[in-house]
Design a binder for this molecule. Sequence first.
Ligand code: MG
Length: 482
Amino acid sequence: MFKSFSVVGGFSVPSQTVFIFGVMFALLGSLQMASAQAADTAKPNIVLILTDDMGYGDVGIYGHPTIKTPHIDSLAIGGQKWTSFYVASSVCTPSRAALMTGRMPIRNGMCSNVRRVLWQSSKGGLQPSEVTMAESLQASGYATACIGKWHLGHSEAKYLPTSQGFDYYYGIPYSNDMDKTQTITKEDYLNPRIGHYNVPLLENESIVERPVDQTTITQRYTAKAVEFIRDRAERPFFLFLSHSMPHAPLFASQEYLGKSERGIYGDVIEEIDWSVGEVVRTLDEEGLTENTLVIFTSDNGPWMMLDQHGGSSGLLRGGKGETWEGGYRVPAIFSWPGRIEPGVIGELGSTVDLFKTFSTITGCAYPDDRVMDGYDLSATLLKAEKSPREVIWYYQGQDLQAVRMGDYKVIFSLNEYVGFREKKTTIFQKALVYNLSVDPAERYNLAATHSSVIEKARGLIGEHRDSLGEIFDYLAPLPEDH
Ligand code: MG
């Protein structure tokens, strides 16, 4: 209690002084206790754990039969497990841009029909004029760290996490399969070698290792996360722990290699589960559990073109890069003991909503000078009330292909894989309609009897398009960038 008092008061004082303060504090009575606790929860810490390409079905509590995730599962059991939680894109860069800014990629320019994501040779990135959740939290007094994958720009310092609201950065700045040293075949993905991927490890703006020894990267991210929590400088903190995996190529440490029943993919997830356990244990040891919101989710669905090295979307159809549910619907777990109303939540939510929700919970500023796309999920989290979100957009690059409105999803066109690195786009003469409450696997097209649903979707899309204004593309190659 004494230690947490020093934290909530924002004091940086010697431990003996903290002890004396603590004794005084204990004597002051319940009124002061109540106000101190109010201050305590006024600025809770936030730990946002994001995995890369982990599918809806890849976590124990989301139904995987052989991947064991006891630490992730226990967060869900004590908190909320969401079953209709989405990302803004079925690939990395646009999904992450929306998460960070609370704006759809079509608004912040981080989606393209030329390049789906930023490549190592890309010159662009998330524009400095965008306001990230980290910038807002930082401005309201939070210590902030990004540990792991960034993938929102790296060609210039202005695009790096340290210029986008994070006090500290440690990680591989883009996907772990970039900087290829040779043509990588599917066979190479399935037999990964460190030397095939000359990816850098950055600490703040400096390269500290290249190529990265990816077998220990999950452990090293975890050590940095634990260190950041322990050395938090007596301020509230925002930790964005963004694992590079299970994006392929897959690597696990000696402790986890061969440990799971699910092969290397399961080894990777079980090591990430261990990492979640380490973060939770550190919060406990530091007396921070009851003042820390922990979120566990994924940036997009599983990369199924990689067979067993890609994950599973469980009962959902499709995966990464596709328009089906499996590309966009992800596991999402919220834990905040004593504050979150525990349960399984079937309401709609999105990573786009996290910024707005953090703003309500912490009091950090939320931009009001531009169109924002987030909804405040705090009443659902804290009181299990209905979510304000009613619509999910499914973009591929800059093309809007489908929309979910309540239970119904209407698909006007879709992308799906037909082979290794091979996708096709289908444009439907008459849209497809699915009732996702009855048919989450998108098997039974109701278009013949649901014309009014299609018309409603057309109307919504028209309104949405009218709200877009000028569209930018910060992912496409520049003339000198091949
Ligand atoms: Mg991804």
